[in-house]
Design a binder for this molecule. Structure first.
Ligand code: IMP
Length: 433
């Protein structure tokens, strides 16, 4: 029996939601360990679409424990909204439990305000954040002045923390950014109410998880964003503010790394990026538009149009290394159907004649100066959504997959050929060791 982490190998939006939902069938516990409602996992179950920003995708299954770990930053209004919405639609099974770490940091109204104000100030150098206050919330966590879920249950502590934070934040907002201040009493009244409603879900989730590990439960750790948005290993500064790599599953959930056995890397069959930052294989032509349209590449959180490009194996190799990925799940392969020729980026080159194959250059300026080196293969035109075994795929489609596995030097665990739960070729069960 194995515990599994799922991470994106690109810049997020790899289709992790569907894979997590599928694997959740075999898991007892599903855990979010980083990020917040900057994520948006789109699930299509029985033809009905659900987008989750905070609650682990396992929630749609019977008899699971869903955990939001200490490494997540929680916007309580969003979390409560998701709970209410799922309940109203009958999608929150009564025998499935949701636990939120009492140590998880809370996104406050001033975090959202600062996120927006900083982005405005950056002008042409915008990161293109989701505007959800994620960065400022993590800043306060590290600066040791953050508000945690447990603080919402203690009126004295909550009032004091909000007042202390606003002394500084209002100075910044009014004097530096020239904006209106945030009212401490209003924030206190609003968040105290959130605390009352969230109390039944609060727990020491590290302890809860340890019990599950002892019991031999199968645990699925659901990464958000992608490897190249990792604050250490990504295309800094065009990254998010958390570690998105697999090792953070241990830290962000409060378990030891030895409790993690398999790491599945999600590779979308092409590349997308939302927000700013270099993108070596970006397509700004009709092919890019085609992929964007067919793949419905709009942000699940912000609705922004995603930038699209060819599959970039330098990104994927880098991600495999920093997360110790031992199997890949290929998603959205069907989106490429109908393209006459397909390209896969195998290396980058620059004007100095340097070649990069294993790692993305550490400086974004150096990355922006790179050109892609492509391998080209013929495409396929047949509908692949009914395929449930590799042998049922057209020859060129199989060649495309073989090329990915060879260039990655990593086996494939799953291939997704459509948005629905069962439009999938399953090659390996990651929980079976
Ligand atoms: P933040 O996480 O809102 O601070 O945004 C930082 C960068 O990460 C921006 O480029 C966002 O577009 C990107 N980002 C954050 N979350 C996601 C996600 O779930 N998918 C794709 N991009 C994301």
């Amino acid at each position: 029996m194995a515990n599994v982490v799922i991470v994106g190998t690109q810049w997020g939006d790899e289709g992790k939601g569907k894979v997590v939902d599928l694997y959740a069938e075999n898991a007892d516990v599903v855990v979010r360990f980083q990020g917040g409602n900057n994520a948006g996992h789109t699930l299509v179950v029985k033809g009905e679409q659900t987008i989750l920003h905070l609650i682990p995708s396992g929630i749609l299954h019977d008899n699971k424990v869903c955990i939001i770990g200490n490494g997540v930053v929680v916007d309580p209004a969003v979390l409560l909204g998701e709970i209410d919405d799922l309940r109203a639609r009958g999608l929150f099974p009564p025998n499935t439990r949701l636990l939120v770490s009492e140590k998880a940091h809370i996104i406050m109204p001033y975090h959202r305000r600062l996120d927006a104000a900083r982005e405005n100030r950056r002008g042409g150098k915008k990161i293109g954040t989701t505007g959800r206050g994620i960065g400022p919330a993590y800043e306060d966590k590290v600066a040791r002045c953050g508000v945690r879920l447990i603080d919402l249950f203690d009126e004295g502590v909550l009032r004091e923390k909000i007042a202390a934070n606003l002394e500084e934040k209002n100075f910044l907002l009014t004097r530096y950014f020239g904006e209106e201040p945030v009212d401490a009493e209003e924030v206190f009244a609003e968040y105290r109410e959130y605390g009352k409603r969230l109390k039944p879900f609060a727990a020491d989730t590290s302890l809860a998880l340890a019990r599950e590990v002892r019991r031999g439960s199968r645990i699925l750790f659901e990464g958000a964003q992608g490897s190249h948005l990792d604050v250490d290993h990504g295309t800094y500064p065009f990254v998010t503010s958390s570690n998105t790599v697999s090792a953070n599953a241990a830290c962000g959930a409060g378990i030891g790394p030895a409790a993690i056995h398999n790491v599945i890397g999600i590779v979308k069959a092409y590349t997308t990026r939302v927000g700013g930052g270099p993108f070596v294989t970006e397509l700004t032509d009709a092919v890019g538009d085609h992929i964007q349209r067919v793949g419905r590449e709009f942000g699940a959180t912000t609705g922004r149009r995603r930038r699209c490009g060819w599959l970039d194996m330098v990104l994927v190799r880098h991600a495999i290394r920093v997360s110790g990925i031992n199997a890949l799940a290929i998603t959205k392969l069907d989106v490429l159907t109908g393209l006459e020729r397909l390209r896969i980026c195998t290396a980058y080159e620059n004007d100095q004649g340097e070649r990069f194959t294993l790692a993305v250059p550490s400086q974004v300026e150096a990355l922006a100066a790179c050109r892609p080196v492509y391998e080209e293969i013929e495409g396929w035109t047949e509908d692949i959504s009914q395929a449930r075994r590799l042998e049922e795929l057209p020859k060129n489609c199989r060649r495309y997959l073989e090329l990915i596995a060879n260039l990655a030097d990593t086996e494939l665990a799953l291939v997704s050929v459509g948005a629905g739960r069962h439009e999938t070729i399953v090659l390996r069960n990651p929980f079976s060791g």
